[in-house]
Design a protein around this ligand. Structure first.
Ligand code: SAH
Ligand code: MG
Length: 224
């Protein structure tokens, strides 16, 4: 059947379809629900990945047999749990979080979920803390989900510290809908738009990459 709409970017995804698919394929663990509750109780913003996007992360990491993963932006340890699910028993996640309260909430959540020993939480700005992880590499994947102005920097760091065949995964790469905004220079978020475009152009140039059209875009790029 001819389908010009979906070929040119129009999506058939609706909240109802999303809910149906999620209901069929995706089961959140008690630890994930605890993360959402604990984050809310501590006044954290509820900006964790969706259950569906969490499952996408898990499947991607399983596909490449990931064992050592880095996350930028922990929040309350929700996506961290999807990542750990994909790892073998000796796998490890290092996750960087700037806000000490977020890090503390995550620590409790991951410990209660029984996976605290598989996750190192580094508190501080990712630009600084990533440097301290150089020794632990090379890594199988880097999941970027923090300050959008830092994405291009994190992607460059990732390519230097991933194994060949490793993945750079980025969340919110449609930049909440602003990625292709035309008068980008006049906007207050002009720097973020520029940085996110630079992130895409860099990955497209250096890797085999693509953006999965999740509601806010999830980029996946394979390091050569
Ligand atoms: N990955 C999480 C959501 C992360 S939300 C999940 O899906 O469950 C983004 C997080 O990045 C917030 O907790 C915020 O405090 C943190 N953050 C923002 N800027 C940062 C920076 N420069 N370095 C490290 N963490 C940062
Ligand atoms: Mg996100």
């Amino acid at each position: 059947m001819a389908d010009p709409n979906s070929r040119s970017g129009t999506t058939y995804l609706t909240p109802a379809i999303d809910a149906f698919v999620q209901g069929v394929y995706v089961a959140e663990t008690p630890g994930m629900l605890d993360s959402v509750r604990a984050g809310q109780a501590a006044g954290l913003p509820a900006i964790q990945v969706s259950p569906n996007d969490g499952k996408v992360l898990e499947v991607l990491l399983r596909l490449i047999g990931a064992r050592k993963v880095i996350e930028v932006g922990t929040l309350a340890g929700y996506s961290a749990q999807w990542i750990v699910r994909a790892l073998p028993a000796d796998g490890h996640l290092w996750t960087v979080e700037r806000d000490p309260t977020h890090a503390e909430v995550s620590r409790g959540v991951l410990d209660r979920a029984g996976i605290g020993h598989r996750v190192t939480i580094l508190t501080g700005a990712a630009r600084d803390r990533l440097e301290s992880l150089t020794e632990e590499g090379p890594f199988d994947a880097v999941f970027i989900d923090a300050d959008k102005g830092g994405y291009a920097h994190y992607a460059r760091w990732a390519l230097e510290h991933l194994r060949s065949g490793g993945l750079v995964i980025g969340d919110n790469v449609y930049l909440f809908g602003y990625l292709a905004e035309r008068d980008a220079d006049d906007r207050t978020d002009a720097d973020e738009i520029r940085a996110m475009r630079e992130f895409h152009e860099f990955l497209a140039r250096e890797c085999e990459g693509v953006v999965l059209p999740t509601p806010d875009g999830l980029s996946v790029a394979i390091k050569p």
